[in-house]
Design a protein around this ligand. Structure first.
Ligand SMILES: [Zn+2]
Length: 201
C-alpha cells in the first residue's frame, strides 16, 4: 500500500536523525502523521482508546510502559506502530471494523513491538513489513488477546475485512488469507515466526 511503503521509508530516516533543538523534540512520527492526513480529534479517538484499554497492560509483551493510540485523518484502512509505543489507526479502519476487530488490529500492532520481535519493528497492519514479520506480529497479538481474556478471532476477523476491502491491493490478499488461515485454523505458527512469551513475574 502506498502509504505503508512511505511509512517504512520514513522509519529508516528518522531512526538516524539526531535532536538539535533545545525545545522538547517533536515525536519522531509527527511529520509522518501530518503527511498521513494529520492526527484527528473527536469521538473516534475515545473509541480507539477504549479498544486499546481492553488489552489491559501490554507491558509484559513490549516492555513499554506506555502505549497510546491516535487516529489518522485518512480513509486508507491501516494501522501502524512506532517503536516509542505510539499506535495509529486510520479513520478508514475505524469505519471498517467493529470494536472487537479494532482491538484485534491493535493487538497485532503491539505484536510488532514485542520485545524480541525482528529488528525492524514497525509495519502497517495490511502487511508492508513482509509476511514473516506480519505472522510474527499476529502470533504475539494473539497471545496478547488471550492474556486479556479476548478471542484471537478478533484479529482474524479484522484481517478478513481488510482483505476483502476493495482498497486493499490484490497483491496483499494472498498473504492476508494465509495469515487468517493460520489464526482461524488453529494451525501452528511457522517455526521461525513463533513468538516466545517472556515469563510473567
Ligand atoms: Zn503488521
Amino acid at each position: 500500500m502506498k502509504g505503508a511503503l512511505g511509512f517504512c521509508f520514513l522509519m529508516v530516516v528518522v531512526a538516524s536523525a539526531g535532536c538539535v533543538s533545545q525545545t522538547a523534540p517533536s515525536p519522531a512520527w509527527s511529520n509522518w502523521a501530518e503527511r498521513e492526513g494529520g492526527v484527528a480529534q473527536g469521538p473516534e479517538c475515545a473509541r480507539a482508546s477504549t479498544a486499546l484499554a481492553r488489552l489491559g497492560d501490554p507491558g509484559w509483551i513490549t516492555k513499554l510502559r506506555f502505549l497510546h493510540v491516535r487516529v489518522l485523518n485518512t480513509n486508507c484502512p491501516c494501522a501502524y506502530a512506532w517503536p516509542d509505543g505510539s499506535l495509529f489507526v486510520t479513520k478508514g479502519l475505524l469505519l471498517l471494523l467493529d470494536d472487537d476487530e479494532l482491538t484485534g488490529a491493535l493487538a497485532h500492532e503491539i505484536g510488532h513491538l514485542a520485545e524480541d520481535s525482528p529488528r525492524f519493528k514497525s509495519a502497517a497492519f495490511s502487511g508492508s513489513g513482509g509476511t514473516k514479520c506480519e505472522v510474527y506480529a499476529d502470533a504475539a497479538g494473539c497471545e496478547l488477546l488471550k492474556s486479556a481474556g479476548l478471542a484471537p478471532d478478533f484479529l482474524a476477523r479484522a484481517l478478513i475485512k481488510v482483505r476483502n476491502d476493495p482498497r486493499t491491493p490484490a497483491s496483499l490478499r494472498v498473504a492476508l488469507s494465509q495469515r487468517i488461515q493460520i489464526i482461524q485454523g488453529g494451525e501452528a505458527f511457522p517455526e521461525q515466526t513463533v513468538w516466545h512469551a517472556p515469563r510473567i513475574r
